[in-house]
Unconditional design. Structure first.
Length: 70
């Protein structure tokens, strides 16, 4: 498997585990991944992966996005 795909998959795992403890927003996910060595682009790709797998739900609340597990 391509190293980039592995990296995106690992980031998706970090997001999933973060969301197991409760809802968060886009900034919270990006900061959490940054703290764990991932860049913003990888955060977006990982969220797309989880959305495509129907694992997360994203809702716009005013000016920010709320993200939670399904």
């Amino acid at each position: 498997m391509d190293e980039n795909c592995v990296n995106i998959g690992e980031a998706a795992g970090y997001i999933y585990r973060l969301l197991e403890s409760g809802d968060t927003n886009l900034a919270g996910i990006k900061n959490h991944l940054k703290d764990n060595g991932f860049d913003a682009q990888t955060a977006f790709m990982a969220m797309g992966w989880l959305a495509r797998e129907d694992k997360i739900c994203m809702e716009k609340n005013g000016g920010s996005w709320s993200i939670h597990l399904k």
